[in-house]
Design a binder for this molecule. Sequence first.
Ligand code: FEO
Ligand code: CA
Ligand code: CA
Length: 624
Amino acid sequence: MNQPVNLPDVELDDSENTPSNKSNNRPFNEVLAANMKRRDVMKGSLAVGATSFFSAGFISDAEAQDGIGNNIRFRPVTLADAAAGDGKMPLISPDYEYDVLIPWGDPLEPSGPAYVERGNTAAEQARQIGLGHDGMYFFPLKEDVERGRMRRMNQRGILCINHEFGTNFHCLGKDLPESLEDVRFSQHVHGVSVVRIEEIDGTWQTVDSDVSRRIHVNTPVEFSGPAAGSDLLATPNGNVPLGTVNNCGNGTTPWGTYLTCEENFNGYFGANNEEETWVPTAEQERYGFSDTGFGYGWHLFDRRFDLSDPDYRNEDNRFGWMVEIDPHDPTSKPIKRTAMGRFKHEGAAWREAANGQVAFYMGDDQRFDYIYKYLSARPWQDMIAEGVSPLDEGTLFVAKFNEDGTGEWLELSPNNPNITSYDTLEEIMVFARVAADEAGATPMDRPEWTATAPDGTIYCTLTNNSQRTEPNAANPMAPNPDGSIIRFKDNDVTGNSFDWDIYLIAADTHGTEESFSDPDGLAVDNRGRVFIETDGGQKDGLQDQLLVGNPNTGAVRRLFMGVNGDEITGWAHTPNRKVAFINIQHPGNGDPSETNFPASPDGVTIPRDCTIVIRRKNGGPVGS
Ligand code: FEO
Ligand code: CA
Ligand code: CA
């Protein structure tokens, strides 16, 4: 067995802060700066909605008469509330209440292995809730949908939840694994949980069920689409495809499946490279692979993650995909959909075209990386009827934002003459970032989640980018250390032109009750309310938070605030929207001196990621 090497002190989920895009495409911040100057907006205003094409038509007249102009009526968590707390426990609006669901280590089903602090085996962890709670979706049971049982659909279902990451410090209590058992434990806290939940006597809880399952780094998966049979996805030793990792944002499909997004997959690979036998290819550099990765050390005991092991060449190409999971069929394998391209996937909001084709809008979260769109080849219902996945036959595009508020979708296929490094679609999908560089995409400020508004507008969080090169004191985007939210709308979902606009710039909220930074998780409800979740250093004495925005008025209100060291992630809701689910991710970064949540403060209990069940006390929809 190889001896552990000294790994640098890397912050585990920070790799997206290091740009790997060396193309010369004009950075989005330059495009945005020019656009903002032209419009002369944002002077003391939170929203540009009033001056934009988005202000018309995103709500119906009936909803407007219903008072949607004031549709956020709850009393917020205030800066004073935050200042009075110590960050050990969350705060929620006085008009709301919350419960804790499925903390890390709880058994997936009540009959499964119980959580024992630092006392569970890797095999037990594979039957327990993982760490790094992130993207989610609540699926009502098929039988309830088919029989039209509305009440049951809001009382029970299947929660699919991503487990993005857990540091070695948090899950193992040490900085490096010391055995294969340690590596397996770490691998089993990553992935996805499919978990059957139900409201019993007013409390949401897990129940025993055949559909509940853990999907992790060692779960068999399959590939489909243009690159499925590619040599680029085959290893010399022929090992079967296994696992999904760093599952961050998520999406769903119109046909009722779950999409989980593989984000910082590069950081789990390393190289036992004493002989310097591994030298990264240009593509491996573009995707950020290195000798040490993020410090997980899996490669020290698991050859599959050793980039220098010739038997496992190309294993790295098997990660970075959009993965489809059928929540209702526990025997189905997760499927990596190669037609949607390989990059650091973050979110997959969909919108249906008038003719039934379906588009998915996806971010690639790294400084100066891109926003993508995938369009099914034909109407999705026809494809499903033919037995063809709408995610296997279609076209991938990447966004170019023009200075005049318009944009173009650039095709990533052999049809694009600007793509010169690759001749085949399979290569373009595996190395989509490089193809997008050559196509001339616009480098963005770390695209995170996407969300579809009722009028078809796509919102996308751009979490931050402090490396902007054109500082401009009058323009909050120069630099952009605190992030922004952009929105765009295709003129025709099947076409390649769109219009775009800026919804919010985080720096403009600082010093006000609406203060937030680093927008990341994102959702828009059926009334057009925007749910914003943050990841990173908040200003004005705040912890990471969930806010609700009304794009019509520009108002933003704080619904929930987390604990020291955490991040607020994920969004799911019951069909009637009276119950919402969010997550507290990496509370205290695993340090009991920061917080012990969900345990009450005691200074010693290890904090655990968990889902937060949110309800309005008056029974209204969450967000109102
Ligand atoms: Fe995992 Fe881009 O946040
Ligand atoms: Ca994220
Ligand atoms: Ca993030």
